[in-house]
Design a protein around this ligand. Sequence first.
Ligand code: P1T
Length: 380
Amino acid sequence: MKFETLAIHAGQEPDAATGAVTTPVYQTSTFQQDGIGKPRGYEYSRTGNPTRAALETALAALENGRHGLAFASGVAATTAVLSLLRPGDHVVAGDDVYGGTYRLFERVYRPLGVAFDYPPATDADAIAAALRPETRLVWIETPTNPLLRIADLQRIADATRARGVRLAVDNTFASPFLQRPLELGADIVVHSATKYLGGHSDLIGGAVIVNDDEIHRRIRFYQNAAGAVPGPWDCWLTLRGIKTLAVRMRAHERNARAVAEFLAAHPAVERAHYPGLPGHPQHELARRQMSGFGGMVSFELRGGFAAVERFVARVRLFILAESLGGVESLVCYPPRMTHAALPPSERRRRGIGDNLVRLSVGIEDPEDLLEDLRQALADA
Ligand code: P1T
């Protein structure tokens, strides 16, 4: 079945008991058992819940994987993947990742004895060269947050497979509609379901999708043992979001392309970052690896932080807020918001300047969005 069909039907058959066309919200913490050791399929909602099971089936189908697991947040999903590590292990992570991912690596896992290196995500050779005998995991975001750089997943997967290292890809920015890392050789896919999967800025959620039965068994064990599971209502909202993922992503992309082209040509803008721009350094790779370029755009304003402050004060439609992937357009200032956990020296080393602005382009009318940007940048 094709993506749009799976998004609506995978895991979401009409309810066997009642015929309800929409997956019921099984808002229950526990389930009656027919006798000791005789549950009817579910025991306790941390361990498993039918609404969550429907979501997990849908997540696996969308990423073309065998197993899906849902978590209480994207960070909880990341933590579940890190549960595969032990003290003394080494992780190679791309240099441009969500600030909260960096914080989890550096402030929670490094003190527990896990080592991290951050070669450029765009340089597959540098990633391969950073692998050590004790490297257990390579962690890649692509497109990266917030600079929209693209990592070559196939080349990185070739290197990790040759060395017996697992490759995890945070696919949040692309969404499975535009990119399916398992098909390109990744072992693990992670999402912040808060973003495009949910799609309406009304929930926090995460996902892990894998093919390997043993990795699934270990992460599923951790999901129950550590307990960062989403409630049935949030699972239902995520499922509802997923049904329209394809149509939303097409609209996000149409608008983001128009916004990126507008910004790239504007005299107040020093540089615009969008993989769909022909001048983007990994444009050809993005074209091969993804089926579209997504809804995220970042850009550097002439005039430094003062220009950024002026811009965010003047936009009317773009809402100043963290997060992304919802139907409404958001503007974010990564150095002080999503990437505040990075020390200033690290931010600079990664190319996150004090004049960087990130847009999550929503699905409003594109002319209205361009008009908002036009008036916010006028006389800049
Ligand atoms: O916020 P949470 O659902 O826990 O997801 C964390 C996360 C993981 N991976 C990526 C690529 C992300 O962008 C995020 C969260 N990011 C933001 C809140 C943001 O505005 O970038």
